[in-house]
Design a binder for this molecule. Structure first.
Ligand SMILES: [Zn+2]
Length: 305
């Protein structure tokens, strides 16, 4: 089916107390692994393209591959910009057909973050495309952050309310204890902080850096308004791990497809596991989202006209 926007998808997740996995799309095999899992699991899915993926594959390739994947799938697929760094980059991705945007102004002074986010929301809103923004900072593990750094960068609940009111965003990435690019799932989320933010805002919230978070903590967060969970590092680990093993098994092989198919399958199994954990498996039925209230279920799955 054609791409859908993340607006209805995340609203269904909020109403139905599940989360949609947002998986990073870096190459064809990763995209195929993700989509195959979504189709088999009857799960909605977000394929997200980062600046790194755009640098690697080129915007044209990256967006076209996701569009083809969506076209061939019979579950809803969103093409999302992960950590858009500027107004211009969001405009470029909007023109390239992205159905969900993100502006990450978390490193900017607060008022500047508000100003640019609002501009993007107004522009994208004119053509029905929702925007995610970030408040507080989800740090990078390569910065070798301390416990205190993570705590100091957490989202402030009252500021979150002000931010949502002033910008009109559709979803908010919150900093509640996760860190990007962690190699092991060791972090516990600050669920009390999440509840405090939830008490102030009613839009879907997004968890970044999930590869470093304990799974029981993720599940708890979904019960308190986390509707989109970004998964990147874990997919890369699965991809590379399978590739190394495939090479060891057949070091004389010169056909890359024979190795890459193993990586594709490994990605698919990680995605399947996450979709079951997040409760998005089995959500797509003939009449709409399974867990959403009846009044909402009949609403469209979010197709772009
Ligand atoms: Zn992120």
């Amino acid at each position: 089916m054609p791409l859908v926007t993340s607006k209805e998808m995340l609203q269904a997740a909020l109403e139905g107390h599940f989360a949609v996995g947002a998986f990073n799309a870096n190459n064809m095999e990763q995209i195929q692994g993700i989509i195959d899992a979504a189709v088999e699991e009857r799960s909605p899915v977000i394929l997200q393209v980062s600046q790194g993926a755009i640098d690697y594959a080129g915007l044209g390739y990256a967006s076209a591959m996701v569009k083809v994947a969506a076209q061939e799938a019979d579950v809803p697929v969103v093409l999302h910009l992960d950590h858009g760094g500027s107004y211009v980059q969001n405009v470029v991705c909007l023109r390239a057909g992205f159905t969900s945007l993100m502006f990450d102004g978390s490193k900017l002074p607060y008022e500047e973050n508000v100003r640019i986010t609002k501009q993007i929301v107004e522009l994208a809103g004119a053509v029905g495309i929702p925007v995610e923004a970030e408040l507080g900072k989800v740090l990078q593990s390569r910065d070798s952050v301390s416990e205190d750094d993570v705590r100091a960068a957490m989202t402030d609940p009252l500021q979150a309310r002000d931010f949502v009111e002033k910008t009109g965003i559709s979803s908010l990435a919150v900093a509640i204890g996760s860190v990007h690019a962690m190699q092991a799932a060791e972090a516990e989320l600050d669920i009390e902080r999440l509840k405090e933010i939830r008490a102030q805002i009613d839009i879907p919230m997004v968890l970044h850096g999930s590869s470093g978070v304990k799974e029981e903590s993720e599940v708890e967060a979904i019960q308190h308004g986390i509707c989109k969970i970004n998964v990147a590092t874990m997919l890369n680990q699965a991809f590379v791990g399978a590739l190394i093993q495939a090479y060891k098994d057949a070091p004389d092989n010169v056909d890359p497809r024979k190795w890459l198919v193993r990586s594709r399958d490994a990605v698919k199994e990680v995605v399947r596991h996450k979709m079951r954990l997040f409760g998005s498996s089995g959500q797509i039925t003939a009449s709409g989202y399974a867990s959403a209230p009846k009044s909402f279920r009949s609403a469209q799955l979010g197709h772009l006209e």
